[in-house]
Design a protein around this ligand. Structure first.
Ligand code: NG1
Ligand code: MG
Length: 387
């Protein structure tokens, strides 16, 4: 891949003098969905697919961007003086947002750069291509200008950019999973205090299979912000009767005890999902540590049901992929992953069942939805690296 992006860099920007190459992974969340903005736990892992970047420092403040995924757009030019939050749409808001965020954090980016990207994560699929670009950019800036930031701080800067430059009110999961990725491990992260531990993903005879619904998220971002505010209101209602900082502070029993303080049925179901999902995530990680992959899978399935019925973020595409997967012998667990409304599902499938899984789920999906899904057997990889 390094040769391909260097060659393209030369083609696009004239020469490849002084260019360095980098990679940042995408991520998939195994369990713990819509908990990262509720002070709960998540359990994502970095993947070996992600974003490749070829970059060169400039002596002036110009910025030149090119994406091999959006070749029609050509070279997009800007400058460090023009970093204005969400002025216009487009992929360059991700690198620009991170450059802006460094400045906001007291680390003004001194010089511009030429940056070429190539991503092999399916676009808009919920495997976090945007956070991958953000962490890649932060990693390059640190390398170029010697900013003293840890990978964990890179994650926070990426989230800050997403929240304040791109105006997507996301939690910390994506950027954290990518910046802190570790081969063959998932990250059990408590979003309440950012304490975390690595847990080995030893699936012994099974693999992680991602199915992309190819349904674009559409109104996803506004629905996402709507779920966030429903949870915030539910939390405020609960705080009148019980002392908690986030929904992640309650277990199932205490939630049931105080749930009547939430005045609407819809908000009660949203909060119920957040509370139960957090507890499921804690139990799922315990199961995995105890080598009980079957229980881990069962909890993944329960996660999907809760996202479908209580949180209502699935939709017919994701439900079809998951419900067809559940019918197949050798599927240990299957659920939607990411924000929902479209995007991907994640399944744990026994090696010998993978081909049949892709074939059967693929056919049933196309018959019902009218277009095809894409399948990826993925591996758990490291965080960002210089190539
Ligand atoms: P995706 O699907 O990658 O956009 C979103 C949020 C996460 C998390 C999940 C739901 C963004 C960029 N990320 O993930 O922080 O809240 O939904 O668990 O919006
Ligand atoms: Mg906690």
């Amino acid at each position: 891949m390094k040769e391909t992006i260097l060659k393209k860099f030369q083609e696009v920007f004239g020469d490849a003098e002084g260019v360095k190459c980098y990679f940042a992974p995408g991520r998939v969340n195994l369990i713990g969905e819509h908990t990262d903005y509720n002070g709960g736990h998540v359990f994502p892992c970095a993947l070996t697919i992600g974003t490749y970047g070829a970059a060169r420092r400039r002596e002036d403040n110009r910025l030149r961007f090119y994406s091999m995924n959006f070749e029609k757009l050509g070279v997009i030019e800007s400058s460090l003086e023009e970093l204005v939050p969400a002025k216009e749409a487009g992929w360059t808001n991700y690198p620009k947002g991170v450059m802006w965020a460094f400045g906001e954090k007291g680390m003004k980016v001194p010089f511009g750069m030429d940056l070429l990207l190539y991503g092999n994560i399916p676009n808009g699929s919920g495997l976090s291509s945007s956070a991958s670009v953000e962490i890649l950019t932060g990693y390059i800036l640190r390398d170029f200008f010697g900013f003293e930031v840890s990978n964990q701080e890179l994650a926070l800067i990426g989230q800050y950019a997403e929240n304040n430059f791109n105006k997507v009110n996301c939690g910390i999961m994506d950027q954290f999973a990518i910046a802190m990725g570790k081969k063959d491990n998932a990250i059990f992260l408590d979003t309440a205090d950012l304490s975390f531990e690595y847990a080995p993903i030893a699936l012994k005879g099974a693999k992680i299979v991602i199915a992309s619904s190819n349904k674009k998220r559409g109104l996803g971002d506004s629905k996402y912000n709507e779920r966030r505010s429903e949870c915030e209101t539910a939390l405020a209602e609960l705080q009148k009767v019980v002392e908690i900082k986030g929904l992640g502070d309650l277990d199932e029993e205490t939630f049931e005890k105080y749930a009547s303080a939430i005045e609407s049925d819809v908000r009660r179901r949203r909060a119920k999902h957040a509370v139960y999902e957090n507890q499921r995530t804690i139990r799922a990680v315990e199961a995995l540590k105890a080598d009980n992959v079957a229980l881990f899978g069962k909890l993944m399935n329960e996660s999907h049901v809760s996202l479908r019925d209580d949180y209502e973020v699935t939709g017919i595409e994701l439900d079809t992929l998951v419900e067809e997967a559940w019918k197949i012998e050798g599927v240990i667990g299957s659920r939607m992953t990411g924000a929902g409304f479209g995007g991907c599902t994640v399944s744990i499938v026994k090696d010998e069942a993978i081909d049949g899984f892709i074939d059967k789920v693929g056919k049933a999906y196309e018959a019902k939805i009218g277009y095809a899904a894409d399948f990826y057997v993925v591996e758990v990889g490291n965080g960002p690296v210089t190539l």
